[in-house]
Design a protein around this ligand. Structure first.
Ligand code: HEM
Length: 408
């Protein structure tokens, strides 16, 4: 059960209201049962379909009849301006094969498991530095303190000089806030960052560093390499995909462990359960609520519901992890689960390329936090906590906590 009382659901669920943003899972439970392929209207006025059952979500994540292609399917007024469209759409997440296959293959050559594992000591070091700054006791918004871990990691990976982190941070906050997309502020920040990233790439061509961006610049596959436009778009995708999602994972883990003291005590007593605890957070309240938008390439039927060619489809990753058909007692948060089924990192050709890094960061952040502080509690009532609005990302927008290294 979630900490909150489920809102009452009548015949039409409210997909964008405050109750849903705070706790979408009662609505998902209703949808899975009564309307598993649910037609609704997007804030932009277009019809869309939300798929909520695990088996359907998994199957359609890997079905070529649902394609990417924002520019192909969305009306121009629903797209970012042409000046920044290329960096937001010219990437593997928004491409179909064969373009996707090529971009992913080149990125995978640089983004290896070996590189990720080699990052562990550095991740631990950064987590320790951030915890040092928090001191032995106090009150903080964890998003602005320990939450900086994934940000620092992605900037280091890309080889962004420290003096420029602030600019990157501002853009990525805007870029993942679905409410600000298309605003003048969003456009200006994105344009500035695009120019900056192109300069960074030019610098690294001349003076390569030990970073992922430098590797991506030289990576070749049968003579084929990434163009400057593709490199810029790839850097944007990694920034967007790698920061706010992993911050949400860390924040959601802390929030749910505090909300379930028995589970927190179990994890403290048996720290070897940490990987399973992270997996349970991903299932129970993962950072990607829906996969990125997909479009029907032809008239299709999903569980008997017709979706016309060009129809916008949302695949409910968060809902899938609660489907009682696949996850017994899925509304319960339980770190003792084994063989957890979830689709928090997607499935099929677009499966998250950064999942190993995200899991590692989550484990290090939570492990170090619990080692450091014997007492952790929320500094606000659970009902007062603000959550990120929108259809794609999920997670606390802030996480005020109180902490003490010595038990009282
Ligand atoms: C807990 C943290 C994370 C979650 C929940 C997450 C979730 C996802 C999901 C669901 C997808 C597939 C979306 C779809 O099919 O529409 C995806 C793709 C992707 N993610 Fe992540 N992600 C996380 C962390 C990261 C990190 C740390 C990075 C990189 C540093 C990253 C980079 C990417 C990229 C590049 C793709 C596109 C892959 C493709 O299209 O082939 N993600 N992620």
């Amino acid at each position: 059960m979630s900490i909150h009382e489920p809102p009452e659901i009548r015949d039409q669920p409210e997909l964008f209201g405050p109750d849903f943003v705070r706790d979408p899972y009662p609505t998902y439970a209703w949808l899975r049962e009564h309307s598993p392929v649910h037609r609704f209207t997007l804030p932009q006025g277009m019809p869309a379909w939300l798929v909520t059952r695990y088996d359907d979500v998994r199957a359609w994540l890997n079905d070529p009849r649902l394609a990417k292609g924002l520019e192909r399917f969305l009306p121009p007024e629903a797209l970012p301006s042409p000046a920044i469209r290329d960096v937001l759409t010219n990437n593997m997440l928004q491409s179909d094969p064969p373009g996707h296959t090529r971009l992913r293959r080149l990125a995978a050559k640089a983004f290896t498991a070996h590189r990720v594992q080699a990052l562990r000591p550095r991740i631990e070091e950064i987590a320790d530095e951030l915890l040092d700054e928090m001191g032995p006791e106090g009150e903080t918004d964890l998003i602005d303190t320990l939450g900086l871990l994934p940000i620092s990691m992605i900037y280091e990976l890309l080889g962004v000089p420290k003096r420029d982190w602030e600019t990157f941070r501002r853009w990525s906050v805007l870029g993942s806030d679905e409410q600000s997309t298309g605003s003048a502020e969003f456009e200006a920040a994105t344009e500035a960052l695009k120019a900056y990233t192109r300069e960074l790439i030019a610098d690294k061509r001349v003076t390569p560093g030990e970073d992922l961006l430098s590797d991506l610049i030289v990576v070749r596959d049968e003579g084929d390499g990434l163009s400057d436009d593709e490199l810029t778009a790839m850097a944007f995708l990694l920034l967007l995909g790698g920061q706010e999602t992993t911050i949400s994972l860390i924040a959601a883990a802390v929030y749910h462990l505090i909300g379930h003291p028995d589970q927190l005590a179990l994890l403290r007593a048996e720290p070897e359960r940490l990987p399973a605890a992270i997996e349970e957070v991903l299932r129970f309240d993962g950072p990607a609520m829906n996969a990125s938008m997909r479009f029907a390439t032809e008239d299709i039927e999903v569980r008997g519901v017709p979706i016309p060619a060009g129809g916008v489809v949302f695949l409910g990753l968060g809902s899938a992890g609660h489907d009682p058909e696949r996850v017994p007692d899925g509304e319960r948060f339980d770190i003792r689960r084994t063989g957890v089924r979830h689709l928090a990192f997607g499935h099929g050709i677009h499966t998250c390329i950064g999942s190993a890094l995200a899991r590692l960061e989550g484990e290090v952040a939570i492990g170090r936090l619990l080692d450091r502080y014997a007492e952790l509690e929320l500094a606000v009532a659970p009902d007062e906590l603000k959550w990120r609005p929108g259809m794609h990302f999920r997670g606390p927008a802030e996480l005020p906590i109180r902490y003490r290294s010595e038990p009282r």
